[in-house]
Design a protein around this ligand. Structure first.
Ligand SMILES: NC(=O)c1ccc[n+]([C@@H]2O[C@H](COP(=O)([O-])OP(=O)(O)OC[C@H]3O[C@@H](n4cnc5c(N)ncnc54)[C@H](O)[C@@H]3O)[C@@H](O)[C@H]2O)c1
Length: 256
């Protein structure tokens, strides 16, 4: 029996790089997956790329908006008949020095990366069956060590780490297991935007910078599917003894 056989897992931000890898890993583990993202995001393209037909459902939602999440989870359960897990993957980063940071930038990072995790978790947990469920939040190693020009992002991801502990404690009695992962540099558009920022937008230098931004011990970028496979483990019954944790998956860059 595969670890997620018979289960339906929703993934937010699923049209993006890591979201697609997580969806792929869920399918690989025998599960069905519901892809959620903003209206206008490339959800159909993501679903088609997975090539898994009826094992994939899609719904649009803005994770900062409770009503849109409620509607999306109702649609998912209507399409799939159940919900067993949630991966809170939607996220944004705004880059720049802290002393010039706009209030609107940190507002957006907190709204999507922190409030969005809570609202989506609430909406999903209401749809879990009597047997409970599992939630995995995609935090970041930036929530443990912090990086320059990412003050709002660092703060938002640190908040996700402690929100994970709170939800784990409060929802244990409902048999809902809540953990997080803290990836490092994963080869996606988000990491490319960081490379672009560091070199001031020069395309050639940005490609070089992207190549240099690899975990040193690993010597290559982490791929989205690799993040997905750790997430699958945390969604599985094997991980029931791991609770409220935020596991660093950055190829060894962050030593805790
Ligand atoms: N790429 C990395 O190196 C890295 C490292 C650590 C953590 N992360 C985290 O992993 C997650 C995925 O990042 P990614 O690299 O795939 O980025 P990405 O930009 O490729 O994907 C992010 C997705 O989130 C969606 N999204 C944004 N705002 C939303 C909202 N309000 N409601 C619903 N969806 C929304 C976007 O449409 C997009 O599809 C993020 O939480 C990010 O902070 C990424």
């Amino acid at each position: 029996m595969q670890p997620l056989e018979g289960r339906v897992i929703a993934v937010t931000g699923a049209a993006g790089g890591i979201g697609r890898g997580i969806a792929q890993a869920i399918l690989e583990a025998g599960g069905r997956v519901a892809l959620l993202d903003l209206p206008g995001a490339k959800l159909d393209e993501a679903a088609a790329a997975l090539g898994a037909g009826e094992r994939v459902a899609t719904a649009t939602a803005d994770v900062t908006d409770a009503a849109s999440l409620e509607a999306a989870f109702a649609e998912i359960v209507a399409k799939t008949g159940r919900l067993d897990g949630l991966v809170n993957n939607a996220g944004v980063v705004r880059l720049g020095p802290a002393d010039a940071m706009k209030a609107s930038d940190i507002d957006l990072e907190m709204a999507v990366n922190v409030k969005g995790v809570l609202l989506a978790a609430q909406a999903a947990a209401r749809r879990f069956g009597a047997e409970g469920g599992a939630i995995v939040n995609i935090a970041s190693n930036a929530g443990k060590v912090g990086y320059p020009n990412m003050a709002g992002y660092n703060a938002s991801k640190a908040a996700v780490i402690n929100l994970t502990r709170s939800l784990s404690l409060e929802w244990a009695a409902r048999n809902i297991n809540v953990n997080a992962v803290c990836p490092g540099g994963v080869a996606t558009d988000m990491l490319k935007s960081v490379a672009d920022f560091i070199v001031g937008g020069d395309k050639e230098k940005s490609d070089e910078m992207m190549k240099a931004m690899v975990p040193h011990q690993l010597g290559r970028h982490i791929q989205p599917i690799e993040v997905g496979r750790v997430v699958v483990f945390l969604l599985s019954d094997t991980a029931k003894i791991i609770r409220g944790q935020s596991i660093t998956i950055d190829g060894g860059d962050t030593p805790y």
